[in-house]
Design a protein around this ligand. Structure first.
Ligand SMILES: Nc1ncnc2c1ncn2[C@@H]1O[C@H](COP(=O)(O)OP(=O)(O)OP(=O)(O)O)[C@@H](O)[C@H]1O
Length: 242
């Protein structure tokens, strides 16, 4: 089976700092994979390379067997790579509906009318549980609901790979439970790569876990294997962990 995502020797320098250092990473279709590691390990830089927000200093990225290393971000979105936008990119003055309608329109072929947009928007809002707030200005949503809107915007792109960067940060315990259910449902249709600091979420959700430290992959395995891994424990003890 061709992996959905494969990186070889992927690296990124910032001045003298090699933030991502020769990463060979493979993600298969249908997985929920957690990416963990101490602060500054290179997790956000790694996923930014995958979605094309930044360019690599060395190495290659293949998506579903095609080399995408030099493709601009918007072309990767069209291939099905979605990276959840930070809340700062939500249009606070626009209703929830409009925030989702923009990405839905991008996935529809030209000339498809408002009916298709409306159906696409409402399908996504129902999935994340925001359908009854479609008319609410996004900026008036509670924090947890804004995080759900962020997920909705990602889902509206109908991704094959959904990349979530610390999605549960700032959520209350009850909201985290519904988030876990939502990701499981999403994973029936899309592969999920999730950067997550909350170990409970990692243990419940991920099929496999990849651990990064100082730009490299330190370990990979099932949640249980990773929990028992001595090198992983040492990495977390040695660095402040947020
Ligand atoms: N645009 C940038 N310019 C300079 N250095 C950067 C830049 N982005 C990241 N870095 C550095 O690269 C290293 C990796 O950062 P990155 O944000 O990828 O780590 P992370 O694992 O996502 O950390 P966290 O868990 O704190 O979000 C850090 O030392 C960081 O300071």
């Amino acid at each position: 089976m061709t992996p959905l995502l494969m990186t070889r020797g992927l690296s990124r320098d910032f001045g003298g700092l090699r933030a991502v250092d020769g990463v060979d990473f493979t993600l298969n279709q249908g997985e929920i994979r957690a990416l963990i590691g101490p602060n500054g390990a290179g997790k956000t830089t790694f996923v930014s390379l995958v979605c094309g927000r930044i360019a690599p200093s060395a190495g290659t990225i293949a998506f579903n067997g095609s080399d995408i290393t030099r493709l601009p971000a918007h072309r990767r979105v069209r291939l099905g790579i979605a990276y959840t936008f930070q809340i700062t990119s939500i249009f606070a003055n626009l209703p929830v509906y409009d925030n989702v309608a923009l990405p839905v329109q991008r996935t529809l072929e030209d000339g498809r009318g408002g009916g298709a947009v409306r159906a696409g928007v409402m399908e996504v809002l129902e999935k994340v549980g925001l359908a009854d707030r479609a008319a609410t200005p996004a900026g008036q949503l509670a924090y947890g609901h804004q995080r759900l809107l962020e997920m909705a915007i990602g889902l509206a792109l109908k991704p094959r790979l959904l990349i979530l960067d610390e999605p549960t940060q700032g959520l209350a315990d009850g909201e985290i439970e519904s988030f876990i259910r939502l990701v499981r449902e999403i994973a029936r249709e899309a592969t999920v790569l999730i950067i997550e600091h909350n170990m409970k979420v990692v243990m419940e959700l991920a099929g496999r876990v990849t651990v990064m430290e100082a730009g490299k992959i330190l370990a990979e395995g099932t949640p249980a294997e990773i929990r028992e891994n001595q090198a992983v424990q040492a990495a977390y003890l040695g660095t402040a962990h947020g």
